[in-house]
Design a protein around this ligand. Structure first.
Ligand code: SAM
Length: 368
C-alpha cells in the first residue's frame, strides 16, 4: 500500500494563513494563533496530521475574540490523501472540487490533472475564495476558483471526470451527478445527522444514477446549506419531559454513539436525528438527540456508577425509542460496519442504501 505522504505532492504550509484557530478548553470555544506572535506553534500545527481551522463563525469572529463554530479549515493530511486515493485523478482529467478552503487540495488536484487537465474549485465564502486564489497563484497553480454554492456544481465547465467535496453532505446534490460523465467518480464525506460521515465513492452511470460504497470515517464540517441544528430545552421543559430509565450497559451506549460500531447504521435507520455527546465532567456524560423540524429531543444522562441511567424525552417523536429500535436492528443484522454499506442515488433523487450488494434484502430508501 502506498504511504499516504506520497499522495501529498504539494507542501501544505504556503496555503495556511498567518492566523489560525485552536480549541480553547477554558471557554470551550476557539482562539487564534498567529504566526507573527508564536511561529513555533504555528509551524507545529501546520506539520501535524490534524485539520487546521482557518475561519470561525463564517468570518464574523476576528482574532482576539472567541469563536464558536469552525467554518473553514485545511483538512487533515492523511484524510486528504485517502480521499485523493479514492478519487483517482489521472492526467488530463476535468475535476470539480466543492469547498476550496485554503486551496491546498485544489493544488494537489491540479498537480495530478496536469497541464492538459482542468480543475474548478467552488468556495461559498468570498473572503476564503480570495485567499485560496492568492495562495494558488503564489505557488504557481491556476485552477478556476469560483465563489458560489458548490451544491449547484459548476455547469459552465461541465462535464467532469471527477467530483470531490471537501465538506460533508447529507444528500448528494443532483447537479454533481448531472455534471459528471458516465463512468466518472464522485467522492464525498456522506452521512446522516447522526454521527460522523463515511468516505463515499460513487460511480456515475449512463442512466443518470450514481452508486458505490461507503468507507472510512471522516469528520468534516457540513456544507453551509445542509448544516445540522440542535435544540436546547429550558430547565422547565426538561423537568416536564417524559422520564424513563434505560437498561443498556455503558458498553452498549458506547456502541450506539460510535461510528465504527452502530452509529452509522442508526443514522441510516432514524431520519433527521442529530446526535451530540458531551462530557460535562469526568463522571457525567450527556447523550442528546435533536430533531429541530418536529421539535423533538431526548437526553440520556450517564453518571459513573449510578446506572440504570435516566432518559428524558420531549416533543412528538420519541427519539430515544427510535434509536434504541435501530440499535436492536443493527445487532440482529450481525453488527454491520460502515464499510459494508453502499449508496445508490437514482435519477429521481432517491437515496437507497444497501448492505454488501445493491440487491441484498437488507436495503431501503432514506427519508430526509
Ligand atoms: C474543510 S474546508 C475545505 C478544505 C479545502 N479543500 C482545503 O484544501 O483547504 C470546507 C470548505 O467548504 C466551504 N463550503 C461550505 N459550504 C459550501 C458550499 N455550499 N459551496 C462551496 N463551498 C462550501 C467552506 O467555506 C470551507 O471553506
Amino acid at each position: 500500500m502506498t504511504d499516504w505522504h506520497e499522495q501529498l505532492t504539494v507542501p501544505r504550509a504556503p496555503f495556511i494563513p498567518s492566523v489560525v484557530w485552536v480549541d480553547d478548553p477554558a471557554t470551550d470555544g476557539f482562539i487564534d494563533v498567529s504566526r507573527d506572535d508564536d511561529e513555533p506553534r504555528w509551524h507545529a500545527l501546520v506539520e501535524a496530521d490534524e485539520p487546521i481551522i482557518t475561519q470561525v463563525d463564517d468570518g464574523a469572529t476576528k482574532p482576539g475574540e472567541t469563536g464558536q463554530q469552525p467554518s473553514s479549515s485545511c483538512s487533515q493530511p492523511s484524510l486528504v490523501a485517502a480521499m485523493l486515493a479514492a478519487l483517482d485523478v489521472r492526467e488530463g482529467h476535468r475535476v470539480l472540487e466543492i469547498g476550496a478552503g485554503t486551496g491546498w487540495n485544489a493544488a494537489l488536484l491540479s498537480d495530478r490533472a496536469g497541464e492538459h487537465g482542468h480543475v474548478v474549485s467552488v468556495e461559498v465564502d468570498p473572503a476564503v475564495a480570495d485567499d485560496a486564489r492568492r495562495a494558488l497563484a503564489a505557488v504557481g497553480y491556476a485552477p478556476v476558483v469560483v465563489t458560489g454554492d458548490g451544491t449547484k456544481g459548476y455547469a459552465a465547465d461541465a462535464p467532469y471526470d471527477r467530483v470531490i467535496c471537501t465538506a460533508s453532505v447529507r444528500t448528494i446534490p443532483r447537479p454533481w451527478i448531472d455534471q459528471t460523465q458516465p463512468g466518472g467518480v464522485i467522492v464525498a464525506p456522506w452521512g446522516t445527522d447522526y454521527g460522523d460521515d463515511a468516505l463515499t465513492r460513487l460511480e456515475v452511470r449512463e442512466d443518470g444514477s450514481a452508486s458505490g460504497r461507503c468507507g472510512a470515517n471522516l469528520a468534516f464540517m457540513r456544507v453551509r446549506h445542509q448544516r445540522r441544528d440542535f435544540l436546547e430545552p429550558s430547565a422547565d421543559e426538561v423537568d416536564a419531559a417524559e422520564s424513563t430509565q434505560t437498561a443498556h450497559s455503558g458498553r452498549e451506549l458506547f456502541e450506539m454513539v460510535t461510528f465504527a460500531r452502530a452509529a452509522f447504521t442508526i443514522g441510516l435507520r432514524v431520519p433527521s436525528c442529530y446526535l451530540t455527546v458531551e462530557d460535562v465532567t469526568e463522571d457525567r456524560r450527556l447523550i442528546e438527540l435533536h430533531d429541530v423540524r418536529s421539535r423533538s429531543w431526548a437526553r440520556v444522562t450517564l453518571v459513573r456508577g449510578q446506572d440504570p441511567w435516566t432518559v428524558h424525552q420531549l416533543g412528538p417523536r420519541r427519539l430515544w425509542n427510535e434509536v434504541d429500535a435501530a440499535y436492536a436492528w443493527w445487532q440482529e443484522a450481525g453488527n454491520p460496519t460502515p464499510d459494508r454499506y453502499g449508496l445508490t442515488v437514482t435519477p429521481d433523487g432517491t437515496h437507497g442504501v444497501w448492505i454488501d450488494a445493491p440487491d441484498n434484502e437488507r436495503r431501503w430508501s432514506l427519508t430526509f
